[in-house]
Write a protein that binds this ligand. Structure first.
Ligand SMILES: Nc1ncnc2c1ncn2[C@@H]1O[C@H](COP(=O)(O)OP(=O)(O)O)[C@@H](O)[C@H]1O
Ligand SMILES: O=C(CO)[C@@H](O)[C@H](O)COP(=O)(O)O
Length: 511
């Protein structure tokens, strides 16, 4: 039994959760927000707005500063010297580019310089493309052509060539700035970068996050040489290895011992993506449970038997950090679109937004609030209105119903019957929003007693990977649902079926 730390570096924040697996308790939780805690850095939502041609980048140095702040806050709440093991969850697809000298920067244990000051001189690319980036249509087409078409890429990597995935992003960088690409010695994902920073040496990429690159053979769980060759010159030498999610990198770096008070005996387990980590944190790593995460992105995911891919080319097969695979559907216009609607309708806070939802009739109108170019469905920005037009009064409900309907429609390929939904992410705290998801999916909605499922999943992986604690013993304790689920109103089923049919027709017409 052990004390373990899970860290989640997601789009908007860094979260740290400490668990005591012997007592079955959450010891402490701390968070830093890349926007609110660093107002002078110009990333109010954790990324840079205004990129040209669909570019959306973030600042890896801000992520490092965010990690330090979260750990500082954690150290005020808990004795970090008692932590036996740590692992990381990271927003998926984002990549960090490191030049010669990066290994010395990682191993540098001096507390006199911050992590960001150590890493800044060895960045071969100042900013990191993240999952919202849609600048790589040309590169996706080139990779697909080189590999024999969309279906061939999907069969090989679990997804068609996808604009936010790391392979197309790497190809664009190598084309636009070949000199900087030549200087790049290592490309890390957010999760493997932070595991490397924690361990003070290169960490492998796990099969969960590796699958989000269009570079991994989804069946072998290793790099696909043909995909690497189709992407960029010398790529194989610039990537860390791929390993199972339970792999131990080594001991924690001397920096964290000196600066944050960790024990030098603390072990680091390789990282994974935030959705695969959430799968673990929600206790859904065996097939049968469907999870919806309402974070910056809205995602639906489930562990699956074998490999299943989406013939429409929108959904993905990823590795499951505990072995096997998972399916995933990702909607870009999640939390930030709900915030746009909230502002537009003049609601100062979430309780006011929720009151508007509760005062509006259900299943009358649905709006897909595509404020930014959308990933699923793949469309330019512009709202899709279904059923009766929504007024300012009814728009909050219509927008959330539209988001839920879109996830329902676009996840039909997954084939896992939705007899129960597990809800996580920032908006899952909102009972009015949970109720809409229960009604639209016609299934009871459960939340877990411990929130922050991605950080929780990282902590559980650390316990299993480095401390030999069995996941079967951890899940009943840490992944237990809160008492009381949200029951659906099943009389609404026909009305939602009609709205979903209209959505299918609308998308066909616009295709
Ligand atoms: N009560 C609430 N109702 C609806 N949305 C909420 C509520 N509380 C927080 N949020 C949303 O949660 C979002 C952050 O969710 P989170 O899962 O932490 O994001 P990420 O992991 O992508 O950084 C915020 O942008 C905010 O819109
Ligand atoms: O692109 C995807 C999944 O494929 C996103 O889900 C990112 O992983 C970002 O996650 P959040 O910050 O919204 O949790």
């Amino acid at each position: 039994m052990a004390i373990v730390l899970g860290l989640d570096l997601s789009t908007q924040s860094a979260t740290a959760v400490v668990l005591d697996t012997a007592k079955g308790t959450t010891v402490a939780r701390a968070r830093s927000a890349f926007g609110a805690d660093f107002p002078d850095r110009g990333h109010p939502e954790g990324f840079l707005r205004g990129g040209q041609g669909g570019e959306v980048h973030a600042d890896p140095l801000l992520w490092l500063d965010g990690l330090e702040l979260a750990l500082d806050r954690l150290a005020e709440l808990a004795d970090l010297s008692g932590i036996d093991a740590v692992s990381v969850s990271g927003q998926q697809h984002g990549s960090v580019y490191l030049a010669a000298g990066y290994e010395a920067a990682l191993v540098d244990g001096s507390r006199a310089t911050s992590l960001s000051a150590k890493i800044s001189p060895v960045l071969s690319r100042r900013s990191s493309p993240i999952w919202m980036d849609s600048s790589t249509a040309a590169e996706c087409a080139e990779i697909a052509a080189a590999l024999g078409g969309d279906q061939a890429v999907c069969d090989l990597t679990g997804s068609v060539a996808t604009m936010r995935f790391t392979g197309p992003q790497i190809r664009r960088f190598a084309k636009l700035d070949p000199a900087a690409w030549a200087k790049t010695e290592r490309v890390h994902l957010v999760s493997s970068f932070f595991a490397s920073v924690l361990a003070g040496k290169d960490a492998a990429i796990d099969t969960g996050d590796g699958a989000g690159m269009n570079l991994m053979d989804i069946r072998k769980g290793d790099w696909a040489p043909a995909a690497l060759a189709a992407t960029a010159p010398d790529l194989a030498a610039k990537l860390p290895p791929i390993r199972p999610g339970s792999t131990v990198v080594g001991g924690i770096s001397a920096y964290f011992v000196a600066r944050h008070g960790f024990s030098s005996k603390c072990r680091v387990v390789i990282g994974s993506g935030d959705n695969p980590s959430s799968l673990v944190g929600m206790g859904a790593s065996k097939p049968g449970k469907v999870v919806i995460s309402l974070g910056t992105s809205d995602t639906l995911f489930a562990a699956i038997e074998g490999i299943r891919t989406d013939s429409a080319g929108l959904g993905h097969a990823f590795g499951n950090p505990l072995g096997g695979s998972m399916s995933l559907v990702c909607v870009r216009n999640g939390a930030l679109a709900r915030e746009v609607i909230r502002r537009e309708c003049g609601h100062a806070d979430w309780p006011a937004f929720s009151a508007a939802i509760d005062a509006s009739p259900a299943a009358v109108s649905a709006v897909l609030p595509m404020e930014e170019p959308e990933i699923t469905p793949r469309r330019a920005a512009g709202r899709i209105v279904l059923g009766a037009p929504a007024s300012k009064a009814t728009l909050p409900r219509a927008a959330v119903e539209g988001q839920a309907l879109s996830l329902r429609y676009h996840s039909r390929w997954v084939g896992t019957p939705t007899t129960q939904l597990l809800l996580t992410g920032g908006a899952s705290e909102n009972p009015s929003i949970s109720k809409i998801f229960a009604d639209v999916f016609g299934a009871p909605v459960l939340r877990l007693a411990v929130s922050d499922s991605a950080a929780l999943g990282a902590a559980l992986r650390a316990a299993e990977g480095a401390c030999g604690v069995m996941m079967a013993d951890l899940e009943p304790v840490f992944c237990a649902p809160t008492s009381g689920d949200v029951q659906p109103n099943r009389t609404l089923r026909a009305a939602y079926d009609k709205l979903e049919a209209e959505l299918a027709q609308t998308l066909l017409r616009k295709a």
